[in-house]
Ligand binder design. Structure first.
Ligand code: PEP
Ligand code: MG
Length: 588
């Protein structure tokens, strides 16, 4: 078994704690060898799981008794019979005893064997039994894994989250005080899970395909979010080494924190607005708003994704008002619903798509379902009376989409005015630049947009034709590609020529290695996860505008991504290290 597993570094920092498995299913279960003296414990776990599933099934049966026909309620009798079948139990126990595998594996194997037998039977009702059996197996494994997890998550101890993926909805259920690190089998550095991990400040490594198979819940591990490494069962020397790194990290963090409330200017006085990205009102509650210039990207879809149905207009107004109050007069940039792609809405039926990231998402979806857009924009307009709100449209592909949204906005404003509902008549409408074809047509779009914000996460994905969630090609997803930098420069230049502001709200805005380049390319507004604000500010305060411009000019002339990375390493990193007055931090 490999102890050192290499993946993609997704959120910096180091964490040491026991691994806990999440989202496991019958197809994907933890596997470990059981020692001779561990067999009785596995048998006891089986009894516990059978008891728990029995309780759940009986309760469900009673609950549904009134709603289902009598013979349908008996489906649960059939399941209970399998659960208490002596042969089934004996076969599972034998699998553990003979092959020394953990109970989850034993269940998986026995169920697969039984399923094969049932599936080959002529009688259709016997074939149905295969489905019942599988369901029972899923429930037993679910109960076992939940109880294992509980041992580590219910007692207030620290743990590492391990799963196939870190889903946006996980952020709501996790105990933030005790989750120390995240490691996932899938995903890339720019998946939404990775973005969330970074904004929560949790070290994260993604793309370790075998993580769920090679580790077991409760096993000690180290997550190295700088090197993209996970070390299972660390040796005492490895533990000591990483404890020392944790200590150093805290010293660096203190230095970065010192600039938190200092002005965000270059040493020669060029101001660059640093704004925060927020995934919900909760983020604003924990944000020190005085440390930034406002909210540059409020991803409204996360509030929609956490719910069971669409929020009503009034519910949205209440949420947006809370965000405006939290921003205390600073701008709040509400991005309209950006679902689709890797952000599905459980309660909204979306078609199966072969290429969802090239499909029905963002403003495309909202323009096809104008009710969603009307309700949301009306709610934002109503909240705008409280301060400085801005509207931002995701995934814009053509000028005509902006024209249509403008018409909706004008119509809504006229309705509100007619009924005496207060709103900000000057509310700005901005466009995200994340679909590459929008770049050459920007001169046509800028006259009807008040500002643009570059969504580099998607823009880079589409420019490089690299799926931001696919770990197989994750290494090629590199925003330092000179072609990306040239496109960023074109956007900044066109926006300046049109007298419109251009910001960056993708992940590179919070990546301090990019800061001097982005300033040199012409950007004066960067919006990022709040954890990165002090880091980016310290970097900004380290290079004059002329130096930034010189670095950008050199980077733009380079012919390879590695040449740009070398430039960063040779010219930006040494000064950063001097600024920190601390040991060199590994550049990504
Ligand atoms: C982006 O694509 O850069 C962006 C900010 O949007 P999201 O990451 O939510 O797709
Ligand atoms: Mg995007």
């Amino acid at each position: 078994m490999a102890r050192k597993l290499k993946g993609t570094a997704a959120a910096r920092g180091v964490a040491i704690a026991p691994i806990v498995h999440f989202h496991t299913t019958l197809d994907h279960i933890p596997t470990w060898k059981v020692k001779d003296d561990g067999v009785p414990a596995e048998k006891a776990r089986l009894s516990g799981a059978i008891a728990e599933v029995t309780t759940n099934l009986t309760a469900l049966q009673q609950e549904l008794a009134g709603a289902l026909a009598k013979h349908d309620v008996r489906i649960y009798d059939a399941q209970l019979a399998i659960l208490h079948d002596a042969t089934f139990r004996r076969d599972v126990e034998q699998e553990v005893t003979q092959h020394r595998v953990n109970l989850e594996v034993a269940l998986q194997r026995v169920i697969a064997r039984y399923e094969g037998v049932f599936a080959a039977m002529e009688n259709p009702s016997m074939r149905e039994r295969a489905a019942d059996l599988r369901d029972i197996g899923r429930q037993l494994v679910g109960a076992l894994i939940a109880s294992e997890r509980q041992k580590y998550t219910a007692n207030g101890s620290d743990y590492l989250f391990a799963a196939d993926e870190f889903l946006p909805s996980d952020a709501g259920i996790l105990d933030r005080a005790h989750i120390r690190g995240i490691v996932t089998a899938h995903g890339g550095k720019y998946s939404h899970g990775a973005i969330l991990a970074r904004s929560l400040g949790i070290p994260c490594v993604v793309g370790i395909e075998q993580i769920m198979l090679e580790s077991a819940t409760g096993g000690m591990a180290i997550v190295d979010g700088d090197a993209g490494l996970v070390i299972l069962q660390p040796t005492p020397e490895e533990l000591a080494d990483y404890e020392r790194r944790l200590h150093e990290q805290r010293a660096i963090d203190r230095r970065i924190e010192e600039v938190r409330f200092q002005p965000s200017v270059t040493p020669d006085g060029t101001a660059v607005q640093l704004l925060a990205n927020a995934e919900g009102v909760r983020d604003l509650e924990s944000l020190e708003i005085e440390a930034c210039a406002g909210i540059g990207l409020f991803r409204t879809e996360f509030a929609f994704m956490e719910r069971r149905q669409f929020p009503t207009e009034d519910e949205q107004v209440a949420m947006y008002r809370r965000a405006m109050e939290g921003a205390r007069g600073r701008p709040v940039t509400f991005r309209t619903l950006d679902v689709g792609g890797d952000k599905p809405l459980g309660y909204f039926r979306m078609p199966e798509e072969r290429n969802p990231v090239l499909g029905w998402r963002g403003i495309r979806l909202c323009l096809d379902w104008p009710d969603i857009l009307y309700t949301q924009m009306r709610a934002i307009l109503r909240a705008s009376a409280l301060g400085h709100a801005r509207i931002l449209l995701p995934m814009v592909t053509t000028r005509s989409e902006v024209v249509r949204v403008r018409e909706v906005l004008d119509q809504l404003a006229a309705d509100l005015k007619a009924t005496g509902v207060p709103f900000d008549p000057e509310i700005e409408l901005g466009v995200m630049v994340e679909v590459p074809v929008l770049v050459p047509v920007l001169p046509d779009v800028l006259p009807i947009a008040d500002f643009v914000s570059v969504g580099t996460n998607d823009l880079v994905q589409y420019l490089l034709a690299i799926d931001r969630d696919n770990q197989r090609v994750a290494k090629m997803y590199d925003p330092f590609h000179p072609g990306v930098l040239r496109v960023l420069q074109q956007i900044a230049t066109m926006a300046a020529a049109a007298g419109k502001s251009a910001s960056i709200c993708g992940e590179i805005a919070g990546d301090h290695w990019f800061t001097p380049l982005l300033v040199g390319l012409g950007y004066r507004e960067l919006s990022m996860a709040p954890v990165f604000l002090p880091r980016v500010k310290l970097m900004l305060r380290s290079f004059t505008l002329v130096e930034c411009q010189d670095l950008a000019t050199r980077a733009l002339a380079m012919q390879s991504t590695s040449a740009v990375r070398r430039l960063v390493q040779d010219e930006i990193q040494p000064r950063w290290v001097r600024q920190l007055g601390a040991p060199a931090e590994t550049k990504r």
